[in-house]
Design a protein around this ligand. Structure first.
Ligand code: NDP
Ligand code: PYR
Ligand code: MG
Length: 757
């Protein structure tokens, strides 16, 4: 469930809103300045003046889409105006970028005059490669889109019309197949005769539904021939029957219901009155015409879909616009024509029937989704959607002659699309899903911290873990109230008053009595230092993992854990592993935390531990043992130490993809690896970097985090037999959720290992 407070916080935290503009060329020197702006910029200007097509080479136009609204039909919220609609348009921009690497300017127009909107968009043409009209109400949207399509030489696509039609069209083909119904025999009732309703109806007819079997219902009831009120030419074309009828009347005996109107219009009785094996797409946002569960409670022979992501079968235009525009932009299409739309429908319908690869199964929590009533349409996070849908759209553009830049090598194009998929999002998504499969009890050392509390709300809602908060109970409860969170059921433990404090103290005393700790000191430490208390909770099994460090330097979190928890039987070193999340990739750095000058033996152990940890995250590790030499190019005791470590790992774990010693640029550059050192055994660019010393590892991760644009998650403490995870001091809610997910997976792993012994 999404709470109001969380949604508001998401939008206002950090830089306000959801998007920013990022330069793609450096602009740090006087020379850069002279290139980016005057005088250098004059050169591409002259070239474009001579040959306008060169604008695609020298500017961002070819990958830039305008998302344009006037706020007259924002989601199912109605006419809320352009300003209030801006968050939705920014949201669309994020999805364009996230799913298809398309840049967007969102443009909110303060006008309800269709001709004025047409004039404004017309003069914007030089800036953009495509125009996505959004949340403009019917019937004006039809006129605006048709006129612009006639005037502009770039694709104009009203997403509420065609995006919805394409996605639900694909879902319809598959649902009918599963229900064993023929498309030319079914009766389809639409609730909503606006942008989405009219476009869906017209597309369904193109797919094979008979016009006379379509019933449109709007706020005045069924759209019938001869009706006078609330009509327009688009409704007129779809008018059916000659008598007034209600939605309830129309639903009787219907095979398909498509809702693109407002929440809650469909009753259980209406669902009961439908034909055998019915299909319901309740697509109003954010709340559907009837809830997913409500509908299924009435009819078990029903195939049900909504526009929401929290139930199976999300029929939402997010599955369309990023991928359709990707295909259109990649061939510099002058339009998105019917053939391109219908190709997208068939591509999506076919993809849902394909076997799901492991990577997608993992992204959806290990659930093997198979074509069936609960999976009639692909999921937006399925990376294959980009490849299938964009290729289908681009190919149709080429075949129908609207591509200014035709593609001839489709294999190369598909590879190009794969390259656009940032792996980091996918990996984080997968990690979270894995955690959710077997949630664990995670103790948070800073229980009253606002970021921690907000994270716990997400962790709880998403089912990632059962959080335990340490700290003064009343204070934490007050903060929870202040933040308007709903953390009922979360355990809050105040060490001072904890009923098993004496048992913990005695246990800790036994561990440390020969290291100078008295009984009194043990009790005092556990009472007053949450780091010790948390570590003991994990030690005695009252928690499965620990996350802390948001308010302190990391040795303060790690030291108590090291003093309290036993070593993992499989290793003799303890080391820190950072997960470095870059824009498009994820890498792991070790050891960044514990071993100042590791020996060859220790380096080998660190590499093995890091590799096992990474493997447990379902990522295939490729380990580079780093130094300042490439495979013996510089002989020095330091480089030889790393070469020896590499050799030890190769002997001990021949199953691992590891090589070294090598320089950092060699490790991350496939060209150097493949051309100069083609004998290496890495099998591709390294994703686990083992540093020769703490100095180098620590410096590298900090520089990457500060200057390299990476997010550092960790350190994950390797080598203990419990899940101990440390937070960065300036971390955000998202980082804490990610760290907790890692802690859960780590705890799952330790449980397996214990089970094995
Ligand atoms: N899942 C998805 O991907 C998408 C979902 N949608 C959803 O579809 C809905 C409509 O969007 P859109 O077509 O752009 O908006 P429009 O404003 O163009 O159309 C709204 C339609 O709903 C009808 N309507 C409003 N209230 C009622 C009512 N009480 N009973 C019956 N009909 C009613 C209107 O009737 P009238 O014509 O009489 O005014 C109109 O036909 C929204 O909820 C939106 O979120 C839209 C696009 C994509
Ligand atoms: C999803 C969408 O575009 C809408 O509901 O309007
Ligand atoms: Mg919309």
């Amino acid at each position: 469930m999404i709470r109001r407070e969380d949604a508001l916080q998401y939008h206002c935290q950090g830089r306000a809103g959801k998007i920013e503009v990022q330069p793609t060329k450096s602009c740090s020197t006087q020379r850069d300045l002279a290139m980016a702006y005057t005088p250098g910029v004059a050169e591409p200007c002259r070239e474009i003046e001579l040959n306008p097509d060169r604008v695609f080479e020298f500017t961002a136009k070819g990958n830039l889409v305008a998302v344009i609204t006037n706020g007259t039909a924002v989601l199912g919220l109605g006419h809320i105006g352009p300003l209030a609609g801006k968050p939705v348009m920014e949201g669309k921009s994020v999805l364009f970028k996230r799913f298809a690497d398309i840049d967007v300017f969102d443009i909110e127009l303060n006008s309800t005059d269709p001709d004025e909107i047409i004039r404004v968009v017309k003069v914007l043409e030089p800036t953009f490669g495509g125009i996505n009209l959004e949340d403009i109400k019917a019937p004006e949207c039809f006129y605006i889109e048709e006129r612009l399509q006639g005037i502009l030489n770039i694709p104009v696509f009203h997403d509420d019309q065609h995006g919805t039609a394409i996605i639900s069209g694909a879902a319809l083909l598959n649902a009918l197949e599963l229900q064993g119904k023929k498309i030319n025999e079914v009766k389809v009732v639409f609730s909503g005769a606006g942008a989405a309703g009219i476009a869906c109806a017209e597309l369904y007819i193109k797919l094979g539904v008979r016009r006379e079997n379509v019933y449109l219902v709007d706020s005045k009831g069924v759209v019938y021939k001869g009706r006078k009120e609330g009509m327009n030419p688009y409704k007129e074309r779809l008018a059916n029957g000659s008598e007034p009828m209600s939605l309830a009347d129309a639903m009787k005996g219907a095979d398909v219901f498509a809702g693109v109107s407002v929440a809650g219009l469909v009753t259980r009785e209406m669902v009961k009155s439908m034909a055998d094996k019915p299909i319901i797409f309740a697509m109003a946002n954010p709340d559907p015409e009837i809830g997913y569960k409500d509908a299924l409670e009435v009819r078990s022979d029903l195939i049900m879909a909504t526009g929401r992501s929290d139930f199976p079968n999300q029929v939402n235009n997010v599955l369309g616009f990023p991928f359709i525009f990707r295909g259109a932009l990649d061939v510099s299409a002058t339009a998105i024509n019917d053939e391109m739309k219908i190709s997208a429908v068939y591509a999506l319908a076919a993809l849902a029937k394909e076997d799901m690869p492991d990577s997608v199964i993992k992204a959806y929590g290990g659930q093997s989704l198979q074509f069936g009533p609960q999976y009639i349409i692909p999921k937006p996070f399925d990376p294959r959607v980009l490849i299938w849908e964009s290729t289908a759209v681009a190919r149709a553009a080429v075949e129908t002659g609207v591509a200014r830049k035709p593609i001839y090598d489709w294999d190369a194009y598909r590879q190009n699309l794969e390259g656009r998929l940032g792996r980091s999002h996918e990996i984080m998504h997968r990690i979270m899903q894995k955690a959710k499969r077997e949630p664990k009890r995670i103790v948070f050392l800073e229980g009253g911290n606002h970021q921690v509390l907000r994270s716990c709300q997400i962790i709880l809602d998403e089912g990632i873990a059962s959080p335990i908060l340490l700290g003064p109970k009343q204070e934490i409860e007050r903060e929870i109230k202040k933040l308007r969170l709903e953390l009922d059921g979360v355990q809050i433990i105040e060490p001072k008053t904890f009923e098993h404090l004496d048992d913990y103290a005695e246990e800790f005393y036994k561990l440390r009595c020969r290291k100078g700790i008295t009984r009194r000191e043990a009790r005092h430490l556990l009472q007053h230092d949450p780091n010790y208390f948390g570590a003991m909770m994990v030690k005695v099994g009252d928690a499965d993992g620990l996350v802390g460090g948001v308010n302190q330097h990391y040795p303060e979190t790690i030291r108590p854990a090291l003093q309290t928890l036993p070593l993992d039987k499989k290793t003799s070193v303890i080391a820190g592993l950072y997960m470095m999340v870059f824009q498009n990739d994820v890498m792991f750095f070790a050891d960044t935390t514990v071993n100042i000058e590791p020996t060859s033996e220790q380096l080998a152990e660190i590499a093995i531990c890091a590799s096992d940890t990474v493997k447990h995250l379902d990522i295939e590790p490729r380990i580079a043992m780093l130094s300042f030499s490439n495979f013996g190019s510089t002989r020095h005791p330091h480089t030889e130490k790393v070469a020896r470590a590499t050799q030890i790992v190769k002997e001990r774990r021949p199953d691992l993809a590891i090589d070294g010693e090598m320089m950092a640029d060699t490790a991350v550059d496939p060209e150097i690896l493949n051309s100069v050192y083609d004998f290496n055994q890495l099998k591709g660019k390294a994703n686990v970097l083992v540093f020769p010393s703490l100095e180098s590892g620590n410096i590298a991760y900090k520089l990457m985090a500060r200057l390299g644009g990476a997010k550092a998650i960790g350190p994950i403490l390797m080598g203990t037999n419990k899940a101990i995870h440390v937070l960065q001091r300036d971390c955000e809610v998202e980082d804490i959720v990610n760290t907790a997910s890692l802690a859960v997976i780590d705890a799952q792993d330790h449980q397996c290992v214990m089970g094995e012994h």
